[in-house]
Design a protein around this ligand. Structure first.
Ligand SMILES: *[C@@H]1O[C@H](CO)[C@@H](O)[C@H](O)[C@H]1NC(C)=O
Length: 186
């Protein structure tokens, strides 16, 4: 049973709460509008050398003919730790490393599945990483891959990239790839 005193305090409590809510919702900054989706675009180059005089950064580790299997053969797995540079030249500033795995996953040998991290060690995105996964039908001029997510500046991102072969020495399996990535931040 509500006594007159309790009724008064209930009414007071209701008015007080309503007033607080009104103030909270009318003071600018207390409920900022949701941030618009930001987008970041970046272009970088990956130097992928399966052979070389001390500069090889990719190696096959398993395959149907053992570790010596060619990356151009179905079933071959390679580990990579490729330099990532600002520009296409090998002398261009190194801004990170592309570290991960390629698996030749097309029966005719003409496509790789790539899973790697781009670990930025210098430049604007130093300390952040991008996680890349997708098919690389390397005979195509342009092929699209997905950017699964990232860390640091790239936390929660999603996006895609377009890969182009900038240079290819197929006999020695030395290539330079241009990656043009677009990600959205959530
Ligand atoms: C990167 O790709 C976007 C489209 O996704 C394009 O508009 C832009 O011109 C490309 N940049 C370079 C340097 O290729």
């Amino acid at each position: 049973m509500a006594t007159p005193l309790n009724l008064t305090s209930n009414v007071f409590f209701f008015i007080f709460t309503a007033a607080l809510l009104y103030i909270a919702y009318t003071i600018p900054g207390l409920h900022p509008p949701p941030a618009p989706h930001r987008q970041t675009s970046l272009v970088f180059y990956v130097h992928d050398y399966f052979s070389g005089e001390g500069d090889a950064t990719a190696t096959t580790v398993a395959g149907s003919s053992g570790a010596a299997s060619s990356i151009l053969q179905f079933g071959t797995i390679a580990a990579v730790d490729d330099p990532v540079t600002e520009g296409p030249s090998p002398e261009s500033r190194e801004i990170g490393r592309a570290q991960g795995i390629y698996v030749n996953s097309q029966l005719n040998g003409k496509a790789l599945h790539m899973v790697f991290s781009v670990i930025f060690t210098d430049g604007e995105y130093k300390g952040s990483t991008l996680e890349i996964q997708g098919a690389d039908v390397f005979g195509m001029k342009e092929r699209e891959f997905s950017v699964v997510s990232g860390t640091g500046y790239f936390r929660f991102v999603k996006g895609y990239g377009v890969m182009e072969t900038e240079f290819m020495d197929l006999a020695n399996l030395r290539g330079i790839l241009k990656l043009n990535v677009t990600v959205k931040h959530y």
